[in-house]
Design a protein around this ligand. Structure first.
Ligand code: PEP
Ligand code: MN
Length: 275
């Protein structure tokens, strides 16, 4: 709580309302919990359009998909790059869903910002300060994921870099941190949602997919996130998870995604919101 003085642009002042982050027709921070779905990586035109249709059919309001992928191994699929971005544009045209996509390299910010509705800064990039500055200067809303080793204070300061560079809209995304507990891929810090809602006036969403690491645990974490006050959910969903080129094990299929939407909607209503 002592850090509030060093984050003037992101700290919530006493009595200050949540800042609504508008991404096309989608409002983060309002009464409605925003459901974002789509594949980990954009693998082709057909794949991403099928995913986008499944998102829309389940009542989701935004598409995700990585065109540039930060992979642990340089020999794994690195994404389609600019071609993948074009597939996302086509999926938006086909469904009307805005999309968020990760930008890894400061040199790509201009291109990604020209096409994407929202820029994702990934966990591995949360303290890439030149990238944060470029993203801020682009004027696009930024989804800032928490690093797997980042404290809430460091994460808030990372957002402050985006804002100090001229960015006006940040959405925080909790995606699990590394702890001593090895059973799930990461440990979802649900407490950070409650803490951030107090500390910042910007919306906070949760990505239960990268926390869970396995599809069968995703919905439980998603419901916990909504119950804790998350303003949105970022869910990995693939038309054919077994064939996914990245994060196959944690990806839901369209039917599981639709089921998740139904159960999270019930939780949202129980806490006075909707989804
Ligand atoms: C992703 O969203 O696919 C991703 C790479 O997430 P993270 O940066 O949280 O690992
Ligand atoms: Mn992923």
């Amino acid at each position: 709580m002592r850090i509030a003085g060093s984050i003037p642009l992101s700290a919530r002042q006493p009595g200050q309302a949540t800042t609504i982050v508008q991404v096309g027709p989608v409002a983060f921070g309002g009464p409605r919990v925003v459901l974002i779905g789509g594949p980990c990586a954009v693998e082709g035109r057909d794949q991403v359009i099928r995913a986008a249709r499944a998102v829309r059919e389940a009542g989701g309001s935004m598409l995700r998909g990585g065109a540039w992928k930060p992979r642990t191994s340089p020999y794994d699929f690195q994404g389609l790059g600019a071609e993948g971005l074009q597939h996302l544009v086509e999926a938006r045209d086909a469904t009307g869903l805005p999309f968020v996509t990760e930008v890894l390299d400061p040199r790509d910010v201009e291109l990604v910002a020209t096409h994407a509705d929202m820029l994702q800064i990934g966990s591995r990039s949360v303290q890439n300060f030149p990238l944060l500055r470029e993203a801020g200067q682009s004027g696009k809303p930024v989804m800032l994921k928490r690093g797997m080793m980042t404290t809430v204070g460091e994460w808030l300061h990372a957002a402050e870099h985006v804002l100090a560079a001229g960015g006006r809209h940040v959405v925080f995304c909790e995606r699990g941190i590394r702890t001593f507990e090895p059973t799930l891929r990461n440990t979802l810090d649900v407490g950070s949602v409650a803490v951030l809602r107090e500390m910042t006036h910007f919306p906070v969403i949760v990505d239960p997919s990268h926390a869970a690491g396995e599809s069968r645990f995703v919905a439980a974490l998603a419901r916990a996130a909504v119950a804790a006050g998350a303003d949105g959910l970022l869910i990995e969903m693939h038309p054919d998870p077994a064939a996914a080129l990245s994060d196959a094990v944690q990806s839901l299929d369209p039917a599981q995604f639709a089921e998740l939407a139904i159960s999270c909607r019930a939780v949202a209503r129980a806490v006075g919101r909707d989804l």
